[in-house]
Write a protein of this length. Structure first.
Length: 162
């Protein structure tokens, strides 16, 4: 899901770029997958087309995608998506634990809260604080049709960014 928070100090184009880069680095968006057209994504997010175009341009300059006029923007191969995914998961886990600690919580409370969240999102998943090692990561709500990202859930929060 691509989300833009217009109240964030990070500009909307950077939020879009960072989210797509993460999805590509982790292999969630496969090589050759077509990103939504600039105008479509801009309309879905309530942003100017130039904002999305800038994000796509920066993704192309960083080697995540290639774009051809009339041919769309497609994902390029990335080195070791499994390693990138594991690193990002570790980073998010550290950030979560740091936030729980900042709020006065313990690591044990963090594990219980995470287990409860997994149980709520995935009722068939193994339960208990140590079941996390066998839990399969949730799928990203991206559906593809003919190697094109279609009906990608998007959201814009915090007001109108136009």
């Amino acid at each position: 899901m691509i989300e833009v928070d217009v109240t964030s100090p990070s500009p909307p184009y950077e939020q879009i770029r960072a989210q797509f880069a993460e999805l590509i680095r982790c292999g969630v968006l496969a090589v050759g997958t077509r990103l939504p057209p600039v105008r479509q994504l801009a309309a879905d997010l309530g942003l100017a087309a130039g904002t999305v175009a800038r994000a796509y341009k920066e993704l192309e300059q960083a080697g995540y995608v290639t774009g051809k006029r009339g041919g769309g923007t497609r994902v390029l191969p990335q080195p070791e998506p499994q390693a990138a995914r594991a690193e990002l998961i570790r980073d998010h886990a550290r950030a979560y634990l740091a936030e729980v600690t900042r709020l006065g919580g313990s690591p044990e409370e963090a594990v219980v809260a995470l287990s409860n969240a997994v149980a709520a999102l995935h009722p068939a998943a193994p339960q208990g604080p140590f079941a996390r090692a066998v839990i399969v990561a949730p799928t990203v709500p991206v559906r593809s049709r003919d190697s094109a990202v279609a009906d990608m859930p998007v959201s814009s929060t915090g007001g109108d960014a136009r």
